[in-house]
Design a protein around this ligand. Sequence first.
Ligand SMILES: Cc1cc2nc3c(=O)[nH]c(=O)nc-3n(C[C@H](O)[C@H](O)[C@H](O)COP(=O)(O)O)c2cc1C
Length: 303
Amino acid sequence: MVDLSVDLGFLKLKNPVMAASGTFGYGLEFQPLYNLNLLGGLVVKGLYFKPREGNPPPRLAESPCGLINSIGLQGIGVEAFCREILPWLADLTTAVIANVCGEEEGEYARVAEYLSRHPGLAALELNISCPNVREGGKCPAQDPEATYRTVKRVRQASSLPLITKLSPNVTDITAVALAAQEAGSQAVSLVNTFLALAIDLESRKPKLGNVLGGLSGPAIKPLAMRMVFEVARKVKIPVIGLGGIFNYQDALEFMVAGASAVQVGTANFVNPQACPEIIKGIEDWAESQGIKRLSEIVGSLKF
Ligand SMILES: Cc1cc2nc3c(=O)[nH]c(=O)nc-3n(C[C@H](O)[C@H](O)[C@H](O)COP(=O)(O)O)c2cc1C
């Protein structure tokens, strides 16, 4: 028997595999497909305070080995989430994590504070890739100081453990990770999507209603893994890795690069059974390697 559990310090996961925000609905949608308690954790769709319609369609475009989305953080808002969804999620034995959004620092704090008054959440994941309406659409993740301020504000508003989700659309992701750590984040997750453009040549129009979107899927895996590697060597807090994880080998590679746990995103659209299959694959691999505790492989890259 292999011990697959992960101790993040503030949270113990039964295994390292979580479903990523925005690719797993509010969790309920996957309930008919498999037992959600098999997961190490699940992160729900991003939540602003109020409901949001998101961006105009089309909102998805495929590219080789990737998906470009411009959903624009459509969602039901935090009040409906706590009233209608969270009581159901609270019965799960898997770690349920809420993805927190905001149009400015105050909204992030308000959403976090509201969520922490309701039982059932294991942690908050701060989506600092939301455009700031007061700063011309620039998101906090693009600036270490704005990251520090946002994390600090949320830290003061909520006692729930905090994971800060970093954007890859920066020159030096380690500076942002260090700012998040300094402000009291207990972990970082990376990466969110890469800013991208898809064009329809015949019409010479963008394929997405919002013009730009975010690229995810296998196309970004080596880039995401490089960033996980860089960040894990700089910060003291645990790193959660994601970006193009489609099978157990991908997940294990992220762990070898330094991730204590991983998230699976776009793969859920291609194969709804991706998460349980990856967990099983990890267990079988560890057994075949004679590994007793999976956490041994975290950051074990030989170079
Ligand atoms: C359709 C879609 C919606 C997403 N929505 C969110 C979101 O609400 N909050 C968030 O932090 N990330 C969101 N993401 C980003 C994913 O959680 C993940 O960081 C990214 O897709 C990279 O991982 P992957 O290649 O495994 O999909 C979304 C991604 C996709 C494809």
